[in-house]
Design a protein around this ligand. Structure first.
Ligand SMILES: *[C@@H]1O[C@H](CO)[C@@H](O)[C@H](O)[C@H]1NC(C)=O
Length: 505
């Protein structure tokens, strides 16, 4: 009798726990991709050259396997198969990006490509036919080469170029697209592309590259946001935000020094982009700005290498976003004195001047920078929630890489997704206004400097086959189950021999 009561009590508790641990019905589950990584068709129709075309064609040695995105997964011709995969997974939403030089072959807005617009119309309409909500990024790293030749993000004309491009995009697609993301990952654009050599255009202008880019990027974002808000939102009714990469940066120890070091690291890595838009006071982060100003003076620069906003610019940018898109993958522990890298002086990370540490017990992915760090989504999002007064969030990327040889039984990816989505549930319980989650990535793709050597896909892509055949990995079945049940069942073991089409979606 006692045992029976105990069992029924247990059942009640488990039931309550399960219900509590479900994702809301209107939570947007999706996957994400980027134009250059999947589209191919690099010179199809009248598409213009972009900075990844130029770099991979002229400097193939900078890509690990000397490959490029000329064909990639050939989504340009296979877009219907992509949408079929979205249906197989039962996605609510799909995040993808537009190739600027496919829409504006000239970079500038004097000529709109009919073929480019038709391609994206077809892609979008195919999704909508199956109730899949498009979430569209305007810029995911493929700047028209001509604009790069004119200085790219370092040019003071950049905000104007971006505003004009955005206007074309909102005009062409805004009747059907209700989620807009201006930029994907400002830090990677500015630091890796302008301040270092980890992304096109690999300028390695270490002293000011990152900072000039940062200011113009933030201004360009604000111009696109205001244009949407003033001219399009009243009739189209969508939302416009920005996606910033926020890996968690916590202190290595509880010492005051390490706490401060972690704060400075956060201010540099994402604060220079988030603070001007999401903070109450606006402008670049205070302590980091002071550090750069002081060092710049000591180094003989006539003004701070991090150019301040004018009062007018600060007001224009402050609050210019409907949501905060977060790309999150991993975490680092920050030390004031230990584990420091050998940064060139001057450079952003010489300005930051802290060490980063990763505990050996955090399980590694195929990518050197990616480890399974416990609770890192919860740590990152609750921090942003508190710092920026509870904005609306979407996780716009989160995922795990493996080597091709690891095959379809991608148990390490499944473990990562389950841990990540448990951390998402913790955020929801804590009152974070998190409304969606986009897994990176729908399918294997061109992983930038790593070429095709690192695979992030729920679907494997056979890049050697003419059709770029896509085949679901085990993680695809697990993600589908999570989406359809709105819950994480740690014991679910899919039968991966079963292929599916969910006609009902
Ligand atoms: C980048 O610039 C720094 C500082 O000028 C230099 O030390 C470093 O060798 C450069 N790196 C590459 C890969 O060119």
């Amino acid at each position: 009798m006692k045992l029976l009561i105990f069992i029924s009590l247990l059942a009640v508790f488990c039931d309550a726990a399960l219900r509590h641990d479900r994702f809301p019905d209107d939570f947007l589950f999706g996957t994400a991709t980027a134009s250059y990584q999947i589209e191919g068709g690099w010179n199809a129709d009248d598409k213009g050259e972009n900075i990844w075309d130029r770099m991979t064609h002229t400097r193939p040695e900078v890509i690990k396997d000397r490959s490029n995105g000329d064909d990639a997964a050939d989504t340009y011709n296979n877009y219907k198969r992509d949408v079929e995969m979205m249906r197989e997974l039962g996605l609510d939403a799909y995040r993808f990006s537009l190739s600027w030089s496919r829409i504006l072959p000239n970079g500038l807005a004097n000529k709109v490509s009919e073929a480019g617009v038709a391609f994206y119309n077809n892609y979008i309409n195919e999704m909508l036919a199956y109730n899949i909500t498009p979430m569209v990024t305007l810029y995911h790293w493929d700047l028209p080469q001509k604009l790069q030749d004119l200085g790219g993000f370092a040019s003071p004309y950049f905000p104007e170029w971006f505003e004009n491009y955005a206007k074309v995009v909102f005009t062409q697609f805004g009747d059907r697209v209700k989620y807009w993301i201006t930029f994907n990952e400002p830090r990677e654009i500015c630091y890796q592309g302008y301040g270092y050599v980890e992304k096109a255009p690999i300028l390695n202008i270490t002293d000011v590259g990152t900072y000039y880019c940062a200011k113009n990027l933030v201004l360009g974002h604000a111009r696109a946001y205001h244009v949407y808000n003033d001219l399009f939102k009243p009739t189209q009714g969508g939302e416009c935000g920005i996606t910033i990469s926020v890996n968690w940066m916590g202190p290595l120890t509880d010492s005051e020094e390490d706490l401060y070091a972690a704060e400075i690291k956060r201010q540099a890595d994402w604060g220079i982009f988030a603070e001007p838009i999401f903070s109450e006071q606006g402008g670049f982060p205070k302590e980091f700005s002071e550090i750069v100003a002081k060092k710049s003076a000591e180094q003989g620069y006539p003004s701070s290498r991090l150019p301040a906003f004018t009062e007018e610019e600060r007001e224009y940018v402050r609050g210019a976003s409907d949501f905060f898109g977060v790309n999150h993958y991993t975490a680092n522990l920050i030390s004031a004195n230990e584990y420091k890298g050998n940064w060139p002086v001057p450079s952003m990370y010489a300005d930051v001047d802290v060490g980063t540490y990763v505990p050996p017990e955090w399980v590694p992915a195929a990518s050197s920078w990616l480890k399974l760090a416990p609770n890192s989504i919860f740590n990152a999002l609750t921090h942003l929630h508190n710092r920026y007064n509870g904005p609306v969030f979407y996780i716009t990327e989160n995922g795990w890489s493996q080597l091709l040889e690891e095959g379809y039984e991608d148990d390490s990816r499944i473990a990562y997704y389950r841990a990540a989505l448990n951390s998402v549930l913790d955020c929801l319980h804590a009152g974070v206004d998190l409304r969606g989650y986009m897994a990176w990535s729908l399918m294997d793709n061109f992983e930038w400097m790593q070429g095709y050597t690192e695979r992030f896909g729920l679907y494997e892509v056979d890049f050697t086959s003419p059709q770029k055949t896509r085949t679901p990995r085990k993680s695809a079945f697990v993600y589908k189950h999570i989406i359809s049940t709105r819950a994480i069942d740690p014991d679910y073991e899919p039968d991966t021999r079963t292929m599916w089409i969910d006609e009902g979606h």
